[in-house]
Design a binder for this molecule. Structure first.
Ligand code: NDP
Length: 253
């Protein structure tokens, strides 16, 4: 199991105060990493830190907005100030948003792009020199299975997630010589506040579960194992990949 051991490693998980980010933070903590979670709500940050603290390794939070360039840079600096290094960045924070292409609201488009995609560019750029200094490391991006589907109302959201895959591949090539691996997970249909708000009340709910080979909606915990794997030395020869974690939904009959 030493290949999965993250003792002494320091990770940032954006959007780690609930949902998929909290599942990923849990996976990294269980393997021994120290974790800094981020989110805009300090109340949610505090309550998730209290819950994750039970696992063992140090965990703390930084209240910040990933759509603010300055706050992205200061998050990386504050993490290094707290722990002396940075080895792992998980770009998970994101928002949904539904609109048909012919009804596109450009301010909503920019909000989705800034939060979901531009933030990944800024956080990755800010983290790179610190991870390089550590001698090796991992960047794990959270995309979406949506990039493998045609969904009429999710153009902006899916475009932002497709951009993450493309940008991640570019980073994987640029930073391979620094021994930094960059991969993207593409979650399927996961039970979080994001899907509870609308999707779970829509006709997609039954249809997507029916298409999922596993026969159920995913949970944030379903992302914990793959995150630990892709952030550990067990995956050192895997980079520039996008990996579905969808219980078989996309490839389902
Ligand atoms: P949730 O809405 O449950 O959680 C989103 C997280 O992101 C929260 O921690 C939230 O914290 C944080 N966040 C949102 N906006 C910002 C911001 N501007 N700055 C900092 N933090 C922010 O969503 P999920 O857990 O479902 O989604 C997590 C990721 O997984 C997203 O990127 C999403 O697109 C992706 N995904 C989700 C799927 C699903 O089925 N649930 C499927 C495929 C992909 P706060 O509100 O405090 O800022």
């Amino acid at each position: 199991m030493h290949r999965f051991n993250l003792d002494g490693k320091v990770a940032i998980v954006t959007g780690g105060n609930r949902g998929i980010g909290s599942g990923i933070a849990r996976g990294l903590l269980e393997c021994g990493a120290s974790v800094v979670i981020t989110g805009r709500s300090s109340e949610r940050n505090d309550s998730m830190v209290a819950e994750l603290r039970k696992i063992g390794p140090p965990v703390s939070a930084i209240t910040m907005d990933v759509s603010d360039e300055h706050q992205c840079h200061s998050t990386v600096q504050e993490t290094v100030r707290r722990h002396g290094r940075l080895d792992i960045l998980v770009n998970n924070a994101g928002i949904g948003g539904s609109q048909l292409p012919h009804e596109s609201d450009i301010s909503a488009w920019h909000r989705i792009m800034n939060t979901n995609l531009t933030s990944v560019v800024i956080m990755s750029k800010a983290a790179y020199p610190e991870i390089k200094k550590a001698g090796a490391g991992k960047i794990l991006n959270v995309g979406s299975m949506g990039t493998e589907l045609a969904v009429a109302g999710l153009g902006a959201y899916i475009a932002s997630k497709a951009g993450i895959v493309a940008f991640g591949r570019s980073c994987s090539a640029a930073w391979a010589a620094d021994n930094i691996q960059v991969n993207t997970v593409l979650p399927g249909y996961i039970d979080t506040e994001m899907t509870q708000a609308r999707l779970q009340k829509s006709p997609f709910h039954g249809r997507w579960i029916e298409r999922t080979a596993a026969g159920r909606i995913g949970t944030p915990d379903d992302l914990a194992g793959i995150a630990a794997f892709l952030c550990s030395s067990a995956s050192d020869f895997i980079t520039g990949q996008d990996i579905l974690v969808d219980g078989g939904l996309v490839r389902g009959a």
